[in-house]
Design a protein around this ligand. Structure first.
Ligand code: FES
Length: 107
């Protein structure tokens, strides 16, 4: 089971074991990770699941599609190179150790 590491607003770190195929957002909800609200339930329309993907993993993920890209343009926190909507990131065994940071404006 691949593990996802979440870095919270206060700098603390939480880890969640993920089923392959589940999204980074779904695992955050299951693990009670603060700051990932996922108001739209994963239908890529709210951007409340915004995370910053660690540099080491950015190129290992498929790039955002057009809809995700447009939503990322309007996120509350600054859009950065690692910005992604966690509902659009499906876990695979190869992504074991994926590290994402919750933006400070999300709590
Ligand atoms: Fe709404 Fe990801 S959960 S865009």
């Amino acid at each position: 089971m691949p593990t996802i590491h979440y870095i919270l607003k206060d700098g603390s770190r939480r880890s969640v074991d993920a089923k392959a195929g589940s999204s980074v957002m779904e695992n955050a909800i299951r693990g009670n990770i603060r700051g990932i609200d996922a108001e739209c339930g994963g239908s890529c329309s709210c951007a409340t699941c915004h995370v910053y993907v660690d540099d080491a993993f950015i190129d290992r993920l498929p790039p955002p599609d057009e809809v995700e890209g447009e939503l990322l343009d309007g996120v509350a926190s600054e859009r950065q190179p690692g910005s992604r909507l966690s509902c659009q990131l499906a876990m695979t065994a190869e992504l074991d150790g994926l590290t994402v940071r919750v933006p400070e404006t999300q709590s």
